[in-house]
Design a protein around this ligand. Sequence first.
Ligand code: BTN
Length: 265
Amino acid sequence: MAAAWFEDEIAAALAPLLPGLDVEVVAEIDSTSTELMRRARGGRSAPVLLVAERQTAGRGRLGRTWHSAQGPRDAASLTFSLGLPLAPRDWSGLSLAVGVSVAESLDGAATAGLRLKWPNDLWVEDRKLGGILIETAVLQPEAAERYLVIGIGLNVGPREDAGLGTPPAWIRQWRPLATAPELLRELLPPLVHDLQRFAERGFLAFADRFAARDTLRGREVTLSDGTEGRCEGVGWGGELLVRTDAGMKTITSAEVSVRPRPAQP
Ligand code: BTN
């Protein structure tokens, strides 16, 4: 393995919050999220952190491929999934809450301009730094508790634009010495803490923090279904609010994507 991933340190830091957490680092896998969903469907529902130095079939939202940066494997990308049972009263807005947590860990003072693009992207100056993939598996029919798999991919080092829908940003642009293992160690305890906060209080507890980093609010946007309008932020459940000529449109569908319209010259 190329890098030291601080597995024991991470496990110890998270033990009070997630008893029994297993921390695994693999050199290569198809997708950390696919693997944890496979395990959950096979009846394994213990908390796991699975980190991959390379993914061969990384997945993004809407069936897209998640391309990790090419380069020295101890440097270019951070790709991991956290699986745990969770029973929030309401799941709405979870990807936004996760985004808030990660953004605050990476750019606490917001000096790097790290912002959140509904529903699951981390952007810096309209360039994509990373993405969040939220999936759940039913553990028992009718039970409130589900197995949650949060997959996170972040660009740590520089990467090429080629083949990407949105040009990339990377963390070393403002933290030149950042390494993937150190970033992982840094962002996990606040993330787990925020997940517990979300389970207790829902997206409402994150609404102000999201608004402070919402990159779409106040901008003209185009939705993948052709709708055009002005984004007015998100509602109390994390739904996207777009004012159109036909009135306010509320978007909750995971099937819809949204892009800011380029400013007119
Ligand atoms: C997106 O941008 O739509 C979400 C990207 C999520 C990528 C991460 S990398 C770790 C985990 N494993 C995957 O296959 N996907 C997520």
